[in-house]
Structure formats: C-alpha cells, structure tokens
Design a protein around this ligand. Structure first.
Ligand code: NI
Ligand code: MN
Length: 232
C-alpha cells in the first residue's frame, strides 16, 4: 500500500472530490444552481465521476464535466445509459452490491433508501452510495441520499476511515439517525453533508460534530465549501 495522503475537498451540498494516488474522483458534481457552491463546474478536472442517484442535485453538471474532461462516469446502469444517450462516451455501470476495481482502487455500490428519478423524469434505477477502498490505503464510505438502514452495520467490517453522511433531514437522515448510522458503521471520522443548502435541510453541523464525538465515539470534521481535509 502506498503512503500517499488522501485529500478530500467539500464543494458544498453533497459534492465531494477525493484526490488519491494522482486520481481525482468527483462525487455528485452539483455546481450550477447549487446555492452552496463557491466554484463553477469549469473549475474541476476529475478523471472519475461517481453519481449516487438520479436527482438533479446529484447528477448536476455531470454531462458537461464528463464531456469536457473525458472522465469515466461510474453510476448505476440506468443512469449510465441515460448519460450515454446524451453523448457521454466513457461510462462504467455498477449496481447495488456490486463493485469493480478501477485505477484508483475498488468501488462498490451500496444500498440507499431514497428515490432516483432523473432530471427529465426518466427512470434512474435505484439510488445507491459508494464504498471506496482506495489503493492509497484509505477506505471511504459515501452514503448518498439515504434513510438510516440497519444494513449499514455490515460496513463496520470494512474499517471505514471516513464516512460521508447526509444530516439535513427532510429528504435524508437527520442528525438523530445519522448518529445511529455512525454507531453502526464505526468509522474513524465522519464528514456531514447535504445540509443548509436550502431551508428544508437546515441543520447545525457543529451540533452534529459534538454529538458524534460524545455519542458515537468517532471523530467528525466539518468543512466549508472548498475547504480540504487529509484523511488521517
Ligand atoms: Ni436525492
Ligand atoms: Mn439530494
């Protein structure tokens, strides 16, 4: 295993970049129309784009970024087919429970309880999350938009270094359920996302941070958009 540091950059809402072993993995690239975003879609140059589900605040600018950068887009079969129909050339379909080895490491699609309709109303398959076992030696779980699910308990076997969890309530887990998720997953550190973008999902990440440390025996990092974090 290489000892290169793994860097995470939070772009606001549910958009996250992971830099590992010279690769840039961009998850749920929502910049245009994202009230939390501080940069435009033109400013990112990923070589991989991961999309957790079909909703507009997650598919976001994926088409434009993929066409400009020629990044490989990894998402469920239905979303990948929809992207291909719109001219995205490099895609890799996964589906829930399945994973594949990519140049950055192993990526498995995990269960999420949510919806996945695409922005034009097309069927987007089932929503998911991602478990990334990076070649750089770190394991990152990106939950996607999801309710609390007891299946998260299986992730405790994966020694997750960083769990990226929604806390905004209304559309996903709120803080109480996210705390239970942390207790099930047992990650070293949690990064809360999917909060404060709109009034429906207002949530105080500092309150969550204190609760994670006190109630779930894990670390918690709160990032401002464009703030970066080295996974310990
Ligand atoms: Ni959603
Ligand atoms: Mn969402």
């Amino acid at each position: 295993m290489a000892a290169n540091p793994v860097k995470v950059v939070y772009h606001g809402h549910a958009t996250v970049s992971i830099f590992s072993d010279g690769h840039h993995i961009l998850i749920d690239p929502f910049f245009s129309g994202n009230p939390a975003a501080k940069i435009s879609a033109d400013a990112v140059n990923p070589d991989f784009i991961l999309i957790s589900h079909g909703h507009g605040d997650h598919v976001g600018d994926a088409i434009d970024i993929a066409k400009r950068t020629n990044a490989l887009v990894i998402a469920n079969f239905e979303i990948v087919s929809w992207l291909a129909n719109q001219g995205v050339e490099r895609t890799h379909p996964l589906h829930i429970g399945g994973g594949n080895t990519f140049p950055f490491g192993y990526c498995k699609m995990t269960i999420a309880h949510h919806g996945s309709a695409l922005p034009d109303g097309a069927y987007g398959g089932n929503p998911g999350g991602f478990l990334l076992k990076l070649n750089a030696g770190k394991t990152i779980y990106f939950a996607g938009d999801t309710a609390l699910t007891y299946d998260m308990k299986f992730l405790a076997d994966d020694n997750v270094d960083l769990a990226i969890l929604p806390i905004g309530d209304n559309f996903t887990m709120g803080q109480d359920d996210a705390i239970k998720a942390v207790q099930l997953i047992k990650p070293a550190v949690v990064l809360p996302i999917h909060y404060n973008t709109w009034p429906y999902i207002e949530s105080d990440p500092k309150v969550f941070q204190e609760r994670v440390i006190k109630e779930a025996d894990a670390g918690c990092i709160v990032l401002e958009p464009e703030e970066e974090y080295l996974v310990p």
